[in-house]
Design a protein around this ligand. Sequence first.
Ligand SMILES: NC(=O)c1ccc[n+]([C@@H]2O[C@H](COP(=O)([O-])OP(=O)(O)OC[C@H]3O[C@@H](n4cnc5c(N)ncnc54)[C@H](OP(=O)(O)O)[C@@H]3O)[C@@H](O)[C@H]2O)c1
Length: 217
Amino acid sequence: MLIKLNMAQTLDGHTYREESGWATTSSEDRRRMDRLRSWAQVVLVSRRSVEKDNPNLFIRNQPDSLHHPTPVVILSDGLRKIAGNLRIFNSPHPPGEFWVQSNVPETIDALIQSPSEKARRWKILQFKSIVDIVDYYRNKNISKILLEGGPTLNHFFLEEKLINEVYTTIIPSLWSGFTSDRIFSGKSFINNVALKLVSSERRGHELFLRYKVRYIP
Ligand SMILES: NC(=O)c1ccc[n+]([C@@H]2O[C@H](COP(=O)([O-])OP(=O)(O)OC[C@H]3O[C@@H](n4cnc5c(N)ncnc54)[C@H](OP(=O)(O)O)[C@@H]3O)[C@@H](O)[C@H]2O)c1
């Protein structure tokens, strides 16, 4: 099982703007994101990121591919409904899976507002710990998982020593301010991680960094 994280950040470490989400990606960044999605069997995101950014999670430069990763949305609380008009509920995304920690709804109608026929094919699964989610996919022989944030969800994965590689794009922007999180954000400090730089590539004014993660016992 290999779990790769992909996140973009400004030079001063911002990963989103509270008022506008993330809208600063370049065509090169999207091409690389597509390459990671072509590799992945499953792409994981948090409910908040999906609601805020309304992303497409398929391989965008190959919409006719038969190998789009399964979209998976992780949420802590199933009481609040998710909008039914999000892009992830439309083709060419395959039907995905929700992982809910508490107040797990019994039906899709209880979780999605006015779900389409396609959205009705999503599954709802329950987790207690992030490890349950990874174990489930491991038991299904799924070995390639792409995590696409946001920072709070990334923290839970790192805390459980589940992230094997970090891909990060440094975009040529400085936002200053106080408003946003880094690529990981959580209550505890993590000090058992050693990173090995595998590649660093410059394209235009962007930097594409890839690190392998080792957890120090
Ligand atoms: N720069 C990038 O590459 C990039 C990539 C992705 C996202 N983002 C940005 O990241 C922002 C969101 O980041 P964030 O740190 O605020 O939130 P987040 O990482 O998206 O995490 C919070 C979300 O995770 C869910 N969650 C699942 N399990 C949880 C648990 N055990 N405990 C707590 N929450 C859990 C929460 O569900 P509930 O809603 O049920 O509480 C909530 O939706 C968005 O604005 C987006 O634009 C940036």
